[in-house]
Design a protein around this ligand. Structure first.
Ligand code: PGA
Length: 253
């Protein structure tokens, strides 16, 4: 079963300018009025670095949480042109961070680098959303679970505080493609992964697991029945308040 409240996480990727805060204002208004369900879920939005400080200030006393999309794998300050450390993110007041997105893995984030990011993010008390996912070929060869377990084992160690880590399962072939895993297949993978995490990291509670990949107001209906899912990582559909709100509405319909 899902371990409590659900998470609707919007990953804006390379999108947004200063006036884009209006999108979040609309989402925040909806949340405030959603008396029936608002206690059941949390909204987290990850804008680009350029908007983090402004959005954090604007929404700090509101209901929307702000997340970073990534960080550099070294902490504090240093001679790393163009990069931002978890320490600098933490200083803004931000509590959440996405790490290991497949788009960053394509750009060069290896398991070794992702491990280092996790170490420095945890050191700064950031709550991590760690993305994992198999590609099309791996799925075809029925290697999905092997790949996912390996991606987890390589970057999370037993000594890590798992309470600050949420896994987001994002099949690479589903991101931005409109292609979805079947409900049965997804449910099976989520159940197996949760068992794996509980056993491997000796957890006496249910770890949090999100799904991401082509989640929108229509596809969300396929996921409603998967009670083991703790929420969703939403890319494209999180860039419009209407689309994002419709996802939440349709989930609780
Ligand atoms: P998508 O992206 O919702 O546009 O498929 C999801 C993600 O990359 O996190």
């Amino acid at each position: 079963m899902a371990s409590g409240i659900r998470y609707f996480v919007g990953n804006w990727k390379m999108f947004g300018i200063s006036s884009s805060y209006k999108i979040l204002e609309n989402v925040n208004k909806f949340f405030k009025r959603d008396k029936k369900n608002k206690k059941k879920y949390k909204i987290i939005i990850a804008p680009p670095f350029t908007l983090l400080q402004d959005f954090y200030k604007r929404f700090k006393n509101k209901d929307i949480n702000i997340s970073a999309q990534n960080c550099y794998h070294k902490d504090n300050f240093g001679a790393f042109t163009g990069n931002i450390s978890p320490f600098m993110i933490k200083q803004i007041g931000i509590k959440y961070i996405i790490i290991g997105h497949s788009e960053n893995r394509i750009d060069g984030d290896t398991n070794k680098i992702i491990r280092e990011k996790i170490i420095v993010a945890l050191k700064n008390n950031l709550k991590i959303i760690l993305c994992i996912g198999e590609n099309k070929k791996e799925k075809k060869l029925r290697k999905t679970l092997k790949v996912l377990k390996n991606q987890i084992s390589q970057v999370i160690k037993k000594r890590d505080d798992f309470k600050n880590i949420t896994i987001a399962y994002e099949p690479i072939w589903s991101i931005g493609s409109g292609i979805l895993p079947s409900t049965i297949e997804l449910q099976k993978n989520i159940i197996i992964l949760k068992k794996f995490l509980k056993h491997k990291y000796r957890l006496n509670y249910n770890p949090k697991l999100l799904y991401g990949g082509s989640v929108d107001k229509n596809s969300i209906k396929n996921f409603r029945s998967i009670s083991e899912l703790d929420g969703f990582l939403i890319g494209g559909a999180s860039k419009s308040s209407k689309n994002f709100i419709d996802i939440i509405k349709n989930f609780y319909k």
